[in-house]
Ligand binder design. Structure first.
Ligand code: NDP
Length: 311
C-alpha cells in the first residue's frame, strides 16, 4: 500500500483547518488528522466576536465546521486519530497513529495546539464535566447564582474570574502565592470587581465529592501558615496555563523549556519540511485569527518546499 502523502496536517483547529484550505487549493490533497480535541479550542467556545468578517459574531463550532467544509471542498481529507510517534530523522517522515498505523509524508504541518494544564489532584479528573472545568466560556453558563472558584494567578485566571461573575453569585480566586503573573490591567480589573474574592498563598488539597458524582466543595491550605479549611464550591475552574502538544517530537524538534516549538523563521522548524502553525508555537497571541494566519504561512511554506524539491 502506498500511503506516502504530500502534506500531513496534525490538528484541526483554526491553524490546521486554514493550512488544509491553502494546501488543498494548491492541489496537494492534504491529509488532516483531527487529534484528540477535534476542532481545537474554538469547538468548545460559544460566541466568537473578534474573527474578522462576522459583524454579528459567529459560534466557534460553526466557524470551525465552515473551515473544515471549505478545505474538504478543495480535496482535503480528514481522519480521526492522533499521532503518537514520529520519525523526523529522514524524509519522507514517518508518523505512527494510536492504533499503530503508519503514514509517510513529504511535509508535515504541526498544528496540534496546547491543552489545558490541570492541578493533578486525585479527584480532579473524575469530576471534569461535573463541576471541574478548564473553560469558563464553555461552562460558566451552568453556574448561574452558584459558588464559583477559579485557580491561577495569570491573565487567564483574571479573565475567567471576571467573565464568571456574569453568572456566579460569587467568584473566589485562589492563587498559590501573592505574586501575580497577570498583567496589571487584568489584575486591577479583577481586584475592582466586587464579586471576586482573592484568596492568596493558598493551594487546593482536595476536591469533594466523588461519592456524590459532582463538585460540592474543596479543601484549601494556606501555604504560609499551614492552616487547612473546607469551602463550599459548585463550579471549579482551573486556569493555570496550557501544555503544548509536542510530545511525539521531543528530542527531534527544537522546543523551549515549556515544550513550545521554537520557530526558525516564518513557519519553519529546525527540520526542513516540518512546519508549525498556531498555539503549538505561539504562547503570546493565541487567537483564532493569528492561528489561521499561521496555518496559511505553514501551507505556503510547505507548498514552496515541495515545489523546490520537484514534487
Ligand atoms: P500563565 O503561565 O501566565 O499563568 C499561570 C498561572 O497558574 C500562574 O499564576 C501560576 O502560578 C499558576 N500555576 C501554574 N501551575 C500551577 C499549579 N500546579 N498550581 C497552582 N497554580 C499554578 O498562564 P495563563 O494561561 O494565565 O496565560 C498564558 C499567556 O496568555 C500569558 O502570556 C497571558 O498574558 C496570555 N493571556 C492573555 C489574555 C488577554 O490578554 N486577554 C487572556 C489570557 C491569557 P505561579 O505564578 O506561582 O507559577
Amino acid at each position: 500500500m502506498n500511503n506516502l502523502q504530500n502534506v500531513v496536517i496534525l490538528g484541526s483547529g483554526c491553524a490546521g483547518n486554514t493550512a488544509a484550505i491553502y494546501t488543498a487549493r494548491a492541489n496537494l490533497q492534504p491529509l488532516v488528522y483531527e487529534g484528540h480535541e477535534a476542532g481545537g479550542q474554538l469547538s468548545i467556545t460559544t460566541e466568537v466576536e473578534n474573527f474578522p468578517g462576522f459583524p454579528e459574531g459567529i459560534h466557534g463550532p460553526v466557524l470551525i465546521d465552515h473551515m473544515k467544509k471549505q478545505a474538504q471542498r478543495f480535496g482535503a481529507e480528514y481522519r480521526h486519530g492522533r499521532v503518537v510517534k514520529a520519525d523526523l530523522s529522514k524524509r519522507p517522515f514517518t508518523l505512527e497513529l494510536e492504533d499503530g498505523e503508519q503514514i509517510q509524508t513529504r511535509t508535515l504541518i504541526i498544528a496540534t495546539g496546547a491543552s489545558a494544564r490541570w492541578l493533578n489532584l486525585p479527584n480532579e479528573q473524575k469530576l471534569i464535566g461535573y463541576g471541574v472545568s478548564s473553560c469558563a466560556t464553555c461552562d460558566g453558563f451552568f453556574y448561574r447564582d452558584k459558588q464559583i472558584m477559579v485557580i491561577g494567578g495569570g491573565d487567564s485566571a483574571m479573565e475567567e474570574a471576571n467573565f464568571l461573575t456574569r453568572f456566579g453569585k460569587q467568584v473566589a480566586l485562589v492563587h498559590r502565592s501573592d505574586n501575580f503573573r497577570a498583567s496589571k490591567i487584568m489584575l486591577e480589573r479583577a481586584r475592582n470587581n466586587p464579586k471576586i474574592e482573592f484568596i492568596t498563598n493558598t493551594v487546593v488539597e482536595d476536591i469533594y465529592d466523588v461519592s456524590k458524582g459532582f463538585v460540592t466543595g474543596v479543601k484549601l491550605k494556606n501555604v504560609k501558615t499551614g492552616e487547612t479549611w473546607d469551602r463550599d464550591v459548585d463550579g471549579f475552574f482551573v486556569a493555570i496555563g496550557h501544555i503544548p502538544n509536542t510530545q511525539p517530537f521531543v528530542g527531534q524538534l527544537d522546543l523551549d523549556p515549556d515544550g513550545y516549538i521554537i520557530s526558525h523563521g516564518g513557519a519553519r522548524t529546525n527540520i526542513q519540511g516540518v512546519f508549525h502553525a498556531g498555539d503549538v508555537q505561539d504562547r503570546t497571541y493565541r487567537q483564532a485569527i493569528t492561528a489561521s494566519g499561521a496555518g496559511c504561512m505553514a501551507a505556503i511554506e510547505a507548498e514552496r518546499f515541495l515545489e523546490a524539491e520537484g514534487h
